[in-house]
Design a protein around this ligand. Structure first.
Ligand SMILES: Nc1ncnc2c1ncn2[C@@H]1O[C@H](COP(=O)(O)OP(=O)(O)OP(=O)(O)O)[C@@H](O)[C@H]1O
Ligand SMILES: [Mg+2]
Length: 210
């Protein structure tokens, strides 16, 4: 079992969107996957409750499920969604559970400032320095034509963590969130453009799958 933690101290950065879409991708490949919603807001849990039964199945682990307990469920992937504002012992405890950490980040000064502090904290973790925890960054809601998109790339250039991809700003994610779906559940006519942008994340997940 591999555990992916999706985290950023910044609220609204795209954590739940990333977590649910990753779970949808894994499920679509007929691998077993469960979401663990560590956010008291419960957005992931509510999304899962909206998921139509016809789509690839995604399980759920209760808050606080440990690595050992998760392993006993014989699941291939566990995806943990985390709350905004996460820091200190709570962050440390979740990082301890994780094999991979994905950090979503939107192109705004507020997000970049908060994320800078977050990434600095992450860098201090022994597991990160020993390269036991793979860390990747995903730029969310990016309109490639804007100045802020370029500023985001410049900002990330200074970090040791790879920027895996940009996901465009599109209502497709908002509609999927509403309907309990992911971009991977859509027909090619609606999904192709976003699948292209996801390819580097999927490659990163696959190369860190064992
Ligand atoms: N690429 C995108 N294009 C358009 N809207 C997006 C995109 N990614 C996320 N959103 C929307 O942005 C909002 C915030 O995203 P999300 O809920 O995933 O963030 P979050 O980090 O989980 O927030 P919170 O800190 O409140 O848990 C949601 O309404 C979501 O549908
Ligand atoms: Mg969320």
């Amino acid at each position: 079992m591999r555990t992916i933690l999706v985290a950023n101290i910044k609220g609204g950065s795209g954590k739940t969107t990333l977590a649910t879409n990753i779970a949808g991708w894994v499920a679509g490949r007929r691998r077993s996957v469960a979401l663990q919603d560590e956010d008291p807001q419960g957005s992931t849990t509510q999304w899962l409750a909206r998921r139509p039964a016809l789509f690839p199945k995604i399980g759920i682990f209760p808050v606080g499920t440990s690595k050992k307990e998760a392993r006993e469920q014989n699941i291939d992937w566990r995806v943990i969604d985390s709350p905004a504002g996460i820091h200190g012992d709570t962050l440390r405890a979740l990082i301890k559970q994780a094999d991979l950490l994905l950090v979503p980040l939107s192109p705004s000064a507020f997000d970049m400032e908060a994320t800078q502090l977050f990434l600095d904290t992450i860098m201090e973790r022994k597991a990160v320095r020993a390269q036991k925890l793979a860390v990747g960054i995903v730029a969310m809601r990016v309109d490639a034509r804007t100045r802020s998109a370029a500023e985001l790339d410049e900002f990330l250039y200074g970090f040791d963590f790879p920027l895996l991809t940009h996901l465009r700003d599109t209502q497709v994610y908002v509609q999927c969130a509403r309907d309990g779906l992911t971009v991977f559940d859509l027909p090619p006519s609606r999904g192709t453009q976003d699948w292209e942008q996801w390819k580097p994340i999927l490659h990163w997940l696959s190369t860190n799958a064992s």
